[in-house]
Design a protein. Sequence first.
Length: 100
Amino acid sequence: MGRSKSKSKKGRLVWNHSTHLSGLIPVLERLLTHDGIQTVTPGVISRSKGHIPKMKVRVSVPLRGGYKAIARQGKTVQEVFIVTNLSKTELEDAIAACLD
């Protein structure tokens, strides 16, 4: 069941919620094309007091095997769990490239 011989190195996007932050899924799909990203799972959506007109994704805290990131746009916030072997800086660079 190893994926080492797989032709595609693209990671996996987990669809566990019916709602996602507007515009987040295309960003996450671009992120999955980067080497070192295994799984991306959008999490809980909540509201914030502040308003951010353009989408931002910030790496928040390290987790076992990856990081939790926070995606924000408008007054909506969504957690994103990323399983990766990249360092925090490498992941931040990959996310920045996907947001442009």
